[in-house]
Design a protein around this ligand. Structure first.
Ligand SMILES: Cc1cc2nc3c(=O)[nH]c(=O)nc-3n(C[C@H](O)[C@H](O)[C@H](O)COP(=O)(O)OP(=O)(O)OC[C@H]3O[C@@H](n4cnc5c(N)ncnc54)[C@H](O)[C@@H]3O)c2cc1C
Length: 555
């Protein structure tokens, strides 16, 4: 159905059930009934959110979808459409939808005319900050210490075959940032108006349209590698200058007057002038953060997560979640998200970043340190399912000083690297052996291409982390029998699912403490924990910059 010439407004009808075999067209009538609206009154309708509900009901496991449907009705419908609609609104079955935001800004601050902004970091935060600025007519230099995609993939293939790591071209550094070799999960718990235009951007660059509403939307490494070059080409057409293999060394700061002002950036390839800078460094640029701290950029510590990857055969997870593993053919590889509360002297823990049909990867940028993470392709086609199993360590719990958390994390990464034999082989232990506190006599196979070898993960982890993971495994075993059984493999360490540093910034202007024109964004600044939240954070700070202008000196 298409919208007529009258102005429309949008409402969301929540929680409509849809059988696995029912066509989506059934939702039109169902949404109309739930909203108390005649079907003919609906100007247009789209799926806003669709999730598989795999909860057991009364011991029985009947699967279905739960769908939120967006209805476009005449703008005056709330006043004229009748009492049943108003009743649905009052009951909360229907809620008003705000119009999606735009990435570009219509009226940037006049001081930005002809201004140059340096964006440092080409991960999701930097890319979407750069895009929002460029769409608003601002000149952008986007620099990244890592290479563009093709060269980056070459460096990774070299690492896999030779075990020789390039500290500037790896799984964490280069075009697309840390998520370029990932599952590309892009669902988030934040409901922000910038989510829709960001998703639309990816769809325009080749992602499937369903990511706009699929509750478990993921892009997959293979598709990400087609999307990123298209996104770059679109940004270049807007005038963005990309500088690959260029590392920010320090800021050029003018400190006359009250607060500091960035006039340029000093890089591994020389100096670049700018009127404002966005720092989108990710969580693994310790060297840069140290040099920024020396220059007076304020840093603080924050809680971070620590644990292991847990890997199962995917068919086991499919059977556990769907009842029948064959259903994975129709519904896609099953996923899970599990939480264990604190108790019995142990902290809380949870599963995170689950990669159905994926592989465990060495998520590293420094020699001598081992850290694991997960990735998968769009079809989730590998026979393995892996997820992080982590607990949270509080800021300050690992010692005094801003870098105490990073030191702590690195010491453990070194311990795991050494225990693996010093060549990126990862220590692994069966989950049942971990719980029993004994070495694994034999290990099953793993997706981790650098190889695994038996290691006492229970002894390598700090006791507090070991206790939290032990309690969680016992709890998850009750929810999914076999979850902590002999088929489950713990591979470690997983120490970078979140950063340990925060760069304080003003809530409204989003400027770094003490600076007129410096904007810390994304995961490295402590304001994001995933691809979508980083992208939103980058775009929001670009909007703040577009509103603020470039500082008192030029206004
Ligand atoms: C293997 C893996 C799988 C993941 N899977 C998912 C997933 O499925 N879904 C999800 O939501 N999240 C996932 N994540 C997390 C997600 O990738 C990050 O949360 C996200 O990329 C953070 O975005 P960012 O832009 O803040 O930083 P990053 O993506 O880390 O980008 C930072 C960029 O800054 C550059 N940089 C650093 N220092 C300098 C410097 N001095 N000069 C110039 N450039 C510099 C780096 O080269 C890097 O490209 C995964 C992460 C990894 C490692």
């Amino acid at each position: 159905m298409t919208a007529g010439s009258r102005a429309t407004a949008s409402w969301r009808v929540l929680n409509l059930p849809l059988g696995l075999d029912e066509p989506e067209s059934a939702l039109h009538q169902r949404a109309a009934e739930r909203a108390g609206v005649a079907p003919e009154a609906i100007r247009s309708l789209s799926i806003g959110h669709k999730a598989l509900d795999a909860r057991r009901r009364g011991g029985d496991q009947s699967l279905r979808f739960v769908v939120h449907v967006d209805l476009h009705l005449d703008a005056d419908f709330e006043a004229t459409g009748g009492g049943r609609f108003r009743q649905a609104l009052r009951s909360g079955r229907v809620v008003a939808r705000s119009a999606p935001a735009e990435l570009g800004f219509e009226n940037p601050h006049p001081s930005l005319r002809g201004a140059r902004v340096a964006v440092i970091g080409a991960g999701p935060a930097g890319l979407f900050a750069g895009l929002a600025l460029a769409r608003s007519g601002v000149e952008v230099d986007l620099i990244d210490r890592g290479p563009a995609l093709t060269e980056r993939s070459r460096a990774l293939a070299h690492f896999l075959s030779t075990r020789s790591l390039d500290p500037e071209a790896n799984l964490l550094y280069g075009e697309g940032g840390a998520g370029t070799y990932s599952d590309g999960k892009i669902y988030t718990r934040v409901d922000h108006p910038l989510e829709a235009p960001i998703l639309a951007e990816w769809v325009a660059c080749g992602a499937p349209a369903a990511i706009a509403y699929d509750a478990r939307a993921h892009i997959g490494t293979d598709r990400l590698h087609r999307i990123l070059p298209r996104m770059r080409a679109g940004m270049e057409a807007l005038g963005v200058r990309f500088h690959w293999g260029v590392r920010l060394e320090e800021l050029v700061i003018d400190s006359t007057g009250g607060s500091a002002r960035v006039r340029g950036i000093r890089t591994s390839q020389g100096e670049l002038p700018c009127q404002a800078a966005i720092l989108a460094l990710g969580h693994s640029a310790r060297d840069t953060l140290e040099s920024l701290a020396v220059q007076g950029v304020v840093l603080g510590s924050k809680p971070f997560q620590l644990g292991v990857r847990i890997e199962h055969p995917q068919r086991f997870i499919d059977g556990a979640r769907f009842g029948d593993p064959a259903l994975a053919q129709r519904l896609g590889a099953a996923y899970y998200s599990l939480t264990s509360k604190a108790g019995g002297g142990a902290s809380a823990a949870h599963s995170f970043c689950m990669c159905p049909g994926g592989q465990i990867v060495a998520s590293v940028n420094q020699p001598g340190l081992l850290c694991t993470n997960g990735m998968s392709n769009s079809r989730h086609s590998s026979p393995y399912a892996n997820a992080a199993l982590v607990t949270t360590l509080g800021a300050g719990e690992t010692g005094p000083g801003v870098f105490a958390g990073v030191d702590y994390r690195e010491a453990l990464e070194r311990r795991f690297f050494d225990e693996g034999g010093g060549d990126w082989t990862a220590p692994a232990q069966r989950a049942d052996d971990f719980l029993a506190g004994r070495a694994s006599a034999g290990l099953g196979s793993s997706s981790y291409k650098m190889g695994i070898r038996p290691g006492r993960i229970d002894a390598l982890l700090p006791p507090r982390v070991r206790a939290a993971l032990g309690r969680a495994l016992a709890h998850f075993e009750r929810q999914i029998p076999g979850y902590a059984g002999p088929e489950a493999l713990l591979v470690g360490i997983e120490s970078r699912s979140s950063g340990a540093i925060r760069m304080p910034r003003d809530d409204i202007s989003r400027r770094a403490e003490g600076f007129e024109n410096l904007y810390p964004v994304g995961e490295g600044a402590g304001y994001a924990g995933g691809i979508m939240s980083a992208a939103i954070d980058g775009a929001r700070s670009a909007h703040a910059l577009l509103e603020n202008g470039i500082g008192h000196g030029t206004e």
